[in-house]
Design a protein around this ligand. Sequence first.
Ligand SMILES: OC[C@H]1O[C@](O)(CO)[C@@H](O)[C@@H]1O
Length: 636
Amino acid sequence: MPQPISFLDWIESYRLFKKDKTTEANGGPKKQDETLNGSKEKSRALDGHAGQHNGNDDGAGGATPNRTGGVLSVDSGQPSDGEVEKMGVDNSRVKILRPRIFAMALIVSIGGLIFGFDTGQISGFLEMSDFLRRFGNSNGSGGTPAFSDVRSGTIVGLLSIGTFLGAIGAAPIADFFGRKVTIVVGNIIFCVGVIIQIATTNAWYQIAIGRWVAGLGVGMLSVLTPMYQSETAPRHVRGALVSAYQLFITLGIFIAYCINYATETDNGARQWRLPMGIGFTWPVIMAVGIMFLRESPRWDYRKGRIDRARTTIAKSYGVTENHWEVKREMREIKEKFDAENAGGGQHRWYEVFTGPRMAYRTLLGITLQALQQLTGANFFFYYGTKIFQATGLNNSYVTSMILGGVNFGMTIPGLYVVEHFGRRRALITGALWMFCCFMVFSSVGHFALDQQNPTNTPGAGTAMIVFACLFIAGYAQTWGPIIWAVTGEIYPTRYRAKCMGMATANNWTWNFLISFFTPFITQAIDYRYGYVFAACNFLGAIVVYFFLCESQGRSLEEIDTMYILHVSPLKSSKWQAPEGEDLVTADALHLAPGARDIRKADAAGMEGEHRVENIPPATDHHGIHDISGTNHVPEI
Ligand SMILES: OC[C@H]1O[C@](O)(CO)[C@@H](O)[C@@H]1O
């Protein structure tokens, strides 16, 4: 059945058609890969280096590593013109900054905006007079309505429980139904959650339930956004797109603060219903926008839609289907698919613990995501309005807006930091910086601020706001974006979706715990709560120092190799990948079910025969369906 063609596809086809015509008019040959429909790719599973690639072969995840560039930007590793001539492959320059890429970045990153908008919104709601009147407990001082700790904790925290479940459920749903459909479903679920909230007149639990439902959608999108981006974007911009996700989270928080500021002066339900209603805009744009985008080529390939996958990659790179980049991506997808299916595809979920150095990496990702929340950033984002009201500020919405602005503004240099200062250095410096900021914030709050009458100590209030801003500036440039980048790169592709799902779910778990327990804890120990976050930041610096390998400027294969070879994190910045040799990478290994077959000694010695586990060739004897359609991707 012919596939529906989107408007963007149409523009792209027309552009390529024009380009082809021009090339022909200039006498340039219309290059066709002659081997495309004919030759059978030799299965490599039997040779001692099963699944490993030769020097020119970029294999499991990228091209020749570029040691100086960003980790996710890799050297083109492109063959010389002469080589290309022989192979008859289109080697024209890839232009990345094209409307299609911008459109994709914008539409898909809205997943982050929805996440941020929901995070930012609730802090202002809790202080709005109409919201308090309708949903608060009526036991506040002087008879004014206020929220009990249980109630505010439940309203704020239930979203995170929903997001946890959404994050866990997203990957299997997206594997079954496809990325696009699941993104649309995530957006619809989010809208249902908002409808539940907006429809209530005075049932606080309806707000809480609505947030739980909306959270399911946000959680799904928090996994699907980076997944769709990394599966579909040209490799040169993958890193930047993943970071754009965090940028959109911060933009969402900031927009929510601004809208709250504008509506809180209203006396009626419009105060909170309007910002909530504006929340429909983002999922509608995203769900409609995604219809114009194509399905992830990785998913298409797995479902046997090889031609469609190839066309999508070509469109995403803005080149012809005979282009070198398209061949490379198709080969990469095929090899990973074959390697995963070797051994009958009997790979169980627990391989995320039993696979090559996987227990270490899985636990590291989970820990880092927990520590990202334990930096204490959401202490400000969820309860900022309340905190700054308690410091005696007239309009705490303004302070929230400043915090949100600093967060958003500082995430932009953060995109540079992530690629240029090294993950380890940036994370350790960031953690120590945030440690200092919390020490000052808490000490001033506990010892200098007059908590009963904060207006008596305006200097203390100002100092607290300044240190909160300094904290956020540090967070936005380091732990905010870098943790997402790091958890996207320490896993081999075959385990990435599961491991990222688990790590993201842990981020939400701690997000929930902090949002739920903050009111109780501050009630009990006031601003000394900040010491807890200070200690966690210190712990974060220690964990990074001892356990995280430096991945900046390395290809995904090199990072994988570093962990498999037990390279010491302390020496990892200086580690030299073996030049011109195959890297031992988990993606290229034809692992037996359980994936327990790789040990450090084998890997370090690169003894190919130890890595094969006597698995017969995947395509010939195991009934594994070669769905590549081409049976071929040329050796480049
Ligand atoms: O920018 C702050 C926001 O970033 C996150 O930590 C996600 O990376 C959120 O939990 C937080 O609200």
